[in-house]
Design a protein around this ligand. Structure first.
Ligand SMILES: C[S@@+](CC[C@H](N)C(=O)[O-])C[C@H]1O[C@@H](n2cnc3c(N)ncnc32)[C@H](O)[C@@H]1O
Length: 277
């Protein structure tokens, strides 16, 4: 039994519904962990992950390309844009190159707040919170759909009078239109001052469209959070009111790739970085 499975077995239902690790249905954090080759997933997660792989075999390359985008974006923000505060919402189960590792390798004084609502990610929070001595880290168990609460808790660690990079990496496709994803982003970006950035990636509906539509259908039958894939125009809309940096909203491997090889990775995700003037 893995550590996560033991924790699930010992889970105390009195802790409340959100703390219960429900292994009977696939959860996005654990399916993502499966695609990345991690160990924090259960049979239901692997079944949903495999169903997507059958519809869209490029998914493993795609999630890896997205992790590489995350690392390049954080490196750019810390090294070139001089950002020292990061609000990473939809952290996921720790993988390589977590935001604080990249940011603090550039500038050890970086302050990073992680946010996720998955109890398995919460289990890993302790391991995640290994900050450099000069910097600071916090983990918030909160829901992106309640930005006000999330921002209030993030203010324990981040100084919202100074620039913050808001990171929404591979999470917005888990926010349905009924939850007003554009409004959530506006609320987050209204809370940070000029000189702040938004880094965002989201699963595409218009890259390898037929396979992606079938992948969404299969995933949505098996998972707790359904996916809403979005077009290039819809993702670009998320950056309204901000100044998109070159090269704009592009397939994630093409956002400032480190090499020609990296740029050619298969991926059905749009990504971009924008500045709040
Ligand atoms: C696909 S993973 C992405 C992980 C990481 N950002 C990455 O790109 O590698 C999406 C994460 O978002 C989290 N998530 C989904 N909906 C959320 C919500 N409404 N509030 C907070 N976290 C959420 C999931 O639990 C999961 O860990």
């Amino acid at each position: 039994m893995s550590g996560t499975e033991q924790a699930a077995a010992q889970d105390n239902p009195d802790d409340g519904a959100r703390r219960v690790i429900d292994t009977s249905v696939a959860h996005s954090a654990r399916v993502h962990d499966y695609w990345l080759g991690g160990k924090d997933n259960f049979a239901a997660d692997r079944a949903a992950g495999d169903a997507v792989i059958q519809a869209y075999p490029g998914i493993v390359a795609s999630v890896r390309a997205n992790r590489a985008f995350l690392a390049r974006a954080v490196r750019f923000l810390a090294a070139e844009a001089g950002i020292r505060q990061f609000l990473d919402i939809g952290t996921g189960i720790p993988a390589s190159n977590n935001t604080h590792e990249v940011a603090q390798s550039v500038a050890p004084g970086c302050r990073v707040v992680y946010v996720d609502y998955d109890p398995v990610v919460l289990l890993h929070a302790q391991a995640l919170l290994t900050s450099s001595a000069q910097g600071a880290l916090d983990y918030i168990d909160a829901d992106l759909r309640d930005p006000e609460k999330l921002l209030a808790q993030a203010a324990r660690t981040l100084d919202f009078s100074r620039p913050v990079a808001v990171m929404l990496i591979a999470i917005m496709h888990l926010i349905g239109d009924q939850d007003d994803p554009g409004g959530i982003i506006k609320q987050l970006m209204a809370a940070v001052p000029a000189g702040s950035y938004l880094a965002l990636s989201q699963v595409a509906s218009d890259i390898e469209a037929e396979q992606m539509a079938e992948a969404a259908r299969r995933y949505n039958r098996l998972a707790r959070e359904t996916q809403r894939h979005r077009s290039h125009a819809e993702v670009t809309h998320f950056f309204d009111g901000l100044e998109l940096l070159d090269p704009g909203v592009v397939p994630v491997p093409r956002w400032r790739p480190a090499s020609e090889l990296e740029a050619k990775a298969r991926s059905a995700m749009w990504g971009g970085v924008a500045l709040k003037r």
